[in-house]
Design a protein around this ligand. Sequence first.
Ligand SMILES: NC(=O)c1ccc[n+]([C@@H]2O[C@H](COP(=O)([O-])OP(=O)(O)OC[C@H]3O[C@@H](n4cnc5c(N)ncnc54)[C@H](OP(=O)(O)O)[C@@H]3O)[C@@H](O)[C@H]2O)c1
Length: 153
Amino acid sequence: MWNASWNVNTTGTHILTSTFMPLLLKSPNPRLLFITSGTSTLAGTENMALPVNKYPPRGWPKTGFSVPAYRSSKTGMNMMMREWHRTLHEDGVKVWAVSPGFLATGLGAGKEFNAKMGAKDPADAGEFIKTVVEGGCGEGCYGWRGGAALVIV
Ligand SMILES: NC(=O)c1ccc[n+]([C@@H]2O[C@H](COP(=O)([O-])OP(=O)(O)OC[C@H]3O[C@@H](n4cnc5c(N)ncnc54)[C@H](OP(=O)(O)O)[C@@H]3O)[C@@H](O)[C@H]2O)c1
């Protein structure tokens, strides 16, 4: 689970980005966007209103909702995004991390379960992401229902 999460979310993302870099740099207005997660911010772990931050009961083994491999891999991806920002700074590439909010997709327990837990329509997040890519987000903004974008120019 840990290696698979890092392979897809961090290493795979890095390899894909490297592979297409020659094409991206041909663009007159190059933009690079990474889809991150609100569960992956280090500061956000202090927000005890989020179910993912709740303390499990004493004892071992632990039970209950817990996604440490996913969260850690996305935190790794956030640093990778900062590294791409540094690496491409002189090339004029705009780099974003966008957290789309909680969505009813196949992620985790699945679409129906996520919707019951309050997840929203992925199409709404699509609009938010489109706005960010098209430059409607300045140097960082909060979108609908917890979605957030950090732009690093
Ligand atoms: N849903 C949320 O609440 C939420 C919140 C924050 C961030 N995100 C992020 O949004 C992104 C999209 O996730 P989602 O919510 O749409 O989840 P999803 O419904 O599970 O979709 C994940 C997609 O990734 C593809 N995929 C998985 N492993 C792959 C691999 N090894 N190689 C190529 N493709 C692979 C899947 O392809 P197949 O369909 O072919 O398996 C699927 O299309 C993810 O980066 C996720 O972390 C989601």
